[in-house]
Design a protein around this ligand. Structure first.
Ligand code: PLP
Length: 376
């Protein structure tokens, strides 16, 4: 799926499984079977490839959600005709004609945006979602500001009728946090009796807070088979990881007991062993902060990272009796090794690891069906 003509895919690549994504969106649809699904594909489809993800999931989606206008325009250019919602709306007034031209939907979260809309002269009215701050305190109108914002938007000729109401959770991944129910209550009260559609749940809301489903759910991370809760893996939620990040062993070296490996000589072997050098590093988005012992999947078992992650390589302890060879495939995360496990070891979340896979890593889309793969 890459346009770089020089890419050989002999080193790091991210193999993307569209069937896994289709499975995942069906899981999310079943969880919120009375709601429409806004498929969130911001940040290059969470690193999986914006256009490919959108093309795969369009038949199962009612709309797409993105963060930046460039992402929306890329989808339109690729022939995506579903509604596209800019989850953060627009930043400057001169974007507005482009939004109308490409039939995008804007979120309106602040007075400045209302003023820009009021002062614009657009060829057609823009569909909008009004963002309510139900308690996260990042974006949106405070509950007591909502009536004024709504009447300003309703009175504005540049705004299409049927204004929707959208809000976002701050803690929906924490099952015992009372903030989430308080947000649901606030959102319900603020929008009570108003005619527009309502949307509150992202992945965690869709999976764990059925009372938050309303008219639209907006799953992102779970579509890629990754858990929105740090203590669980996607597999434990019935999801299938869509990305398999792989590379190859590029050298196998003998190391004597006591000898160090890599920058800063961080790791030393306690025994004579074999070290595998794998062609992936932080230049590919593998996290530099991965500690010694971080698992890498190789030839049917986990081997531990040994030494600091370099820009283009990592080193793993293969053990003294290893038979691994140059050219063998290693999996950094994927169905064999949940990205959530690697994420926990580097104090982050699966979201960040998949989003930061860099541009030099080709995304290779599987095109065979599961039947063909099973047949070998
Ligand atoms: C990113 C985002 C989502 C999707 O969140 P996930 O946790 O990935 O499901 C939904 N809504 C908004 C407003 C977002 O910014």
């Amino acid at each position: 799926m890459t346009s770089n003509p020089f890419i050989m895919t002999n080193a790091a690549k991210a193999v993307i499984d569209p069937e896994a994504m289709v499975h995942n969106i069906q899981v999310m649809r079943r969880k919120a079977s009375n709601s429409k699904v806004m498929t969130v594909v911001k940040s290059d489809g969470y690193g999986h490839g914006l256009v490919s993800v959108a093309t795969t999931l369009a038949p199962y989606s009612d709309a797409f959600g993105v963060a930046r206008i460039e992402e929306a325009l890329t989808l339109r250019q690729a022939g995506i005709h579903l509604p596209i919602v800019l989850l953060e709306g627009f930043y400057e007034a001169d974007e507005l004609p482009l939004l109308v031209e490409h039939q995008l939907t804007a979120t309106v979260h602040c007075d400045e945006q209302v003023t820009m809309l009021t002062n614009a002269s657009l060829s057609e009215p823009l569909p909008v979602w009004l963002k309510v701050d139900s308690g996260m305190h990042r974006l949106g109108f405070e509950p007591d500001q909502v009536p004024d914002a709504l009447s300003a938007l309703t009175a504005c000729d540049n705004v299409a009728p049927d204004i929707g109401f959208l809000s976002h959770f701050g803690c929906a991944d924490e099952m015992d946090n009372p903030i989430t129910q308080a947000q649901i209550d606030t959102f319900t009260q603020v929008t009570e009796g108003l005619p527009g559609e309502r949307s509150l749940a992202a992945s965690s809301g869709t999976l764990f807070w059925p009372q938050s489903h309303f008219d639209w759910v907006r799953p992102g991370i779970c579509l890629y088979g990754i858990s929105s809760r740090i203590e669980l893996t996607g597999e434990q939620l019935g999801l299938k990881p869509a990305m398999r990040l792989t590379s190859r062993v590029m050298a196998v070296r003998k190391l004597k007991a006591g000898e160090p490996v890599g920058y800063g000589a961080r790791w030393r072997s306690e025994r004579d062993t074999l070290i595998g050098v794998i062609a992936i590093g932080y230049g590919d988005g593998y996290p530099r902060l991965a500690p010694d012992g971080t698992p890498v999947w190789l030839n049917g078992r986990e081997v531990p990272l040994a030494g600091r992650v370099s820009m283009d390589m990592i080193t793993v302890d293969l053990g003294p009796d290893a038979t691994d060879k140059v050219g063998d495939e290693a999996v950094l995360w994927g169905p064999e090794l949940p990205v959530e496990r690697v994420a926990r070891l580097v104090d982050t979340i699966g979201y960040e690891l998949v989003c930061q896979v860099t541009g030099r890593v080709p995304r290779q889309y599987l095109t065979t069906t599961s039947e063909q793969r099973a047949a070998g």
